[in-house]
Design a protein around this ligand. Structure first.
Ligand code: GLY
Length: 348
């Protein structure tokens, strides 16, 4: 599952080198309506002149089978063979969907990830998870398939609005909480904004790669990376069904980090002082996600759909102290609902 990940100004020239190899029959570039406008101009000089562009609409609501159909139709019409390469230029939707489409086309063509959001650079593009949403459930269909390589140009982050940047920061924060207490403590003092994201991306990618290398198919330690996501995914899925209330993935994860830290306190795994540090840091970056108390049971019910569960047991990742995640901690729907009520009562 391990792919080479190249980070920094050398990333796009390295991509060009990869694409110009004789083993590549044809290059296809998948973009969405945002990356087509904001990022493709930076990439274009590194692409062969005869590349074929596939553009999809931007947004989580297009992470669907219908969008895959568009990609597969174009690959077929263009007679892409099994030596073609799909370059996924975008955030998590483009990298997840593009990886999935490539993995299934003719039983699999190579794809490379060129992530353009912080979230995709530190998380989605690394580790070989691909997929699409289905029937209102996030990433319900998907396969593990490693990209041929990942090329990360931090300069793309200049095209992002602060809300998107923060959304990615939730995954960075998650990495520190599960595995790096020292970095958590340094960064909670420094604050979240920085002029140079490169060191944070490098550290975050290295941390994720270390965990994925131990357990590529998520039967054990990779579940640590799901910290914040049991509640986060439930909240995100719930709000996705409420027109006008959709939130970004990282915004939901940030709420999940607080709720699942609270569950860790209830289990006696995390101290009140550590909880306070986590909350203070989270709310120095993120606004509170709005929902009403009456919605907590409906949101908590959605946590039962999580792929990490075994039957009716919700398996959650919790914190045994900051920097030390523990996976496969059974929690009940009622406890998830209680954690949401705790979050709801907080004065952010
Ligand atoms: N985003 C969590 C993982 O890749 O396992």
């Amino acid at each position: 599952m391990d792919s080479s990940v190249i980070i920094g100004p050398e990333a796009l020239p390295a991509l060009a080198e990869f694409l110009y190899r004789p083993a590549v029959s044809r290059v296809f570039v998948l973009v969405d309506s945002n990356t087509s406008r904001l990022c493709l101009p930076l990439l274009e000089k590194h692409l062969p002149t005869n590349y074929h562009l596939i553009e999809i609409p931007a947004g989580e609501e297009y992470k669907t089978l219908a969008t895959c159909d568009t990609v597969w139709c174009q690959l077929t019409e263009q007679r892409a063979d099994r030596h073609a390469v799909l370059v996924n230029l975008g955030g998590g939707v483009v990298t997840d969907l593009g990886g999935f489409a490539a993995a299934l086309y003719k039983r699999g063509i190579r794809f490379v990830q060129v992530p353009t959001t912080l979230l995709a650079q530190v998380d989605a593009s690394v580790g070989g998870k691909t997929g699409i949403d289905f029937q209102g459930y996030k990433n319900q269909l998907g396969v593990f398939q490693a990209p041929a390589a990942v090329f990360i140009e931090p300069g793309f982050l200049q095209t992002l609005d602060p809300r998107q940047l923060k959304s990615g920061y939730a995954e960075v924060l998650k990495h520190w909480l599960i595995a790096d207490a020292a970095a958590f403590n340094v960064h909670r003092r420094l604050g979240w904004l920085t002029d140079d994201w490169t060191p944070i991306i490098r550290e975050s990618v290295a941390l994720k790669q270390r965990i994925v290398a131990q357990d590529p198919l998520e039967s054990g330690p990779r579940k640590l990376l799901n910290f914040g996501h049991t509640v986060g995914h439930a909240l995100e899925s719930y709000l996705l069904t409420q027109p006008g209330r959709e939130i970004l993935h990282g915004e939901a994860v940030a709420a999940g980090l607080v709720c699942e830290s609270w569950l860790s306190v209830q289990r006696g795994l995390l101290s009140a002082e550590e909880m306070d540090k986590i909350e203070t840091f989270v709310f120095s970056v993120f606004d509170k996600v709005a929902f009403v108390g009456l919605e907590t049971d409906a949101i908590a019910d959605l946590a039962l759909q999580d792929k990490k569960n075994a039957g009716a047991i919700i398996n959650c990742t919790l914190l045994n102290g900051i920097g030390n995640g523990v996976f496969d901690q059974p929690v009940t729907v009622a406890e998830i609902a209680e954690s949401l009520r705790y979050y709801h009562r907080l004065q952010a």
